[in-house]
Ligand binder design. Structure first.
Ligand code: BTX
Length: 323
């Protein structure tokens, strides 16, 4: 509500100092009892608000506020995420990441926004990016052959699963190539894009969207049935900062391993989280629809589908439905 917004703004301006109840009542144009009621509401939402007689109220801790500094504080990586470009609102973190990559941003630079107004999925689809999710793009400069870039999508998926397992009691699964599911519903999408020339990679930009503290009403109708958030599954709010820090840590470990030993060790981990393998699936590719059993992924991260005639198809890019 407007009053709540005003209350939060006032606390924000007070910068951690006490604001008296009377002062708050004057600013908000309501009674001190009404102020107290709003304070109770904020407490229920996770704000740690201290009340001291004759001094008033102050906020000690806001729930889940994102900032570059709060992510850096306690971040355990060497390179990944050490350079953060944080914004309250962006059209798309991908777009800005491409721009930064063009102008020489170093490996591990992370672009992150509280909200995206034009979040994008694959194939010109929309990614809904209201506040309370994690919307971020990671800039990498790997010296690998171009055709290996899609493997980084699978690597990122493993790191996200590990981060979710670290920060919640949830065990998510991966659906090839880029969905992370909880109880069959989508909690994360990954969009990997590349800047390259001839066969040299300039940069790989991994865009990641994670639904964290959305409630069901926060999702638009077209995805209410298919999407979920960490908070919805866990039954309590989750700190986005912790999820991001954990993701960056796991990503760096896996990425270092990948650059040294290739995709094989990543593949093993990925398979251990995958739901689609061994199942009957429908794969919609740009050239048509295939039905069959998902029998595995190759060392390159390509999905293998065996149809009813026993023929094996390599699938490089598709949407998968598990039957
Ligand atoms: P995708 O094409 O696999 O999935 C897009 C589809 O997922 C949509 O068509 C819709 O059905 C569904 N969807 C849209 N929004 C959500 C959501 N919040 N939760 C669950 N399902 C949803 C996946 O594309 C790649 C998404 C990458 C998003 C990140 S966010 C940071 C970066 N910036 C940016 O613009 N995109 C990436």
């Amino acid at each position: 509500s407007d009053l709540r917004k005003k209350l939060l703004e006032t606390f924000h301006e007070a910068n951690g100092e006490f604001v008296s109840g009377q002062n708050l009542a004057d600013i908000m144009g309501c009674t001190r009892t009404a102020v107290w009621k709003h304070i109770e509401e904020l407490r229920k939402d996770g704000y740690d608000i201290e009340a001291v007689r004759k001094k008033g109220y102050r906020i000690n801790k806001s729930p889940d506020k994102l900032s570059g500094n709060s992510i850096l504080l306690g971040l355990e990586t060497k390179e990944i995420g050490k350079n953060i470009s944080y914004h309250e609102s962006l059209a798309s973190t991908q777009k800005l990441a491409h721009k930064l990559a063009d102008s020489g941003a170093e490996e591990g630079t992370l672009v992150i926004a509280d909200e995206q107004t034009q979040g994008k999925g694959r194939l010109l689809r929309t990614w809904h990016s209201a506040k309370t999710g994690i919307w971020m793009s990671l800039i990498l400069r790997p010296r690998i052959p171009m055709q290996q870039a899609p493997q980084l999508t699978l690597l990122a998926a493993v790191a996200i699963v590990q981060a979710i397992e670290d920060t919640t009691s949830i065990f998510p699964t991966i659906k090839w190539p880029n969905d992370i599911l909880i109880n069959g519903k989508k909690v994360t999408g990954i969009l990997t894009e590349m800047q390259a020339e001839a066969d040299r990679i300039h940069s790989v930009i991994i865009g990641i969207g994670i639904n964290v503290n959305q409630s069901l009403e926060d999702f638009p109708d077209d995805i209410k049935e298919t999407a979920t958030s960490l908070a919805l599954e866990e039954g309590e709010p989750i700190s986005r900062t912790s999820v991001i820090q954990s993701f960056l840590k796991h990503f760096e470990i896996l990425y270092t391993l990948f650059l040294k030993e290739g995709f094989k060790p990543i593949k093993l981990l990925w398979e251990s989280y995958a739901v689609s393998l061994g199942k009957e699936i429908k794969a919609s590719t740009l050239t048509g629809v295939l039905y069959g059993k998902a029998i595995g992924i190759t060392d390159d991260g390509v999905l293998l589908l065996k149809d009813s005639l026993g023929e094996i198809h390599s699938i490089y890019s598709a949407d998968i439905e598990i039957n």
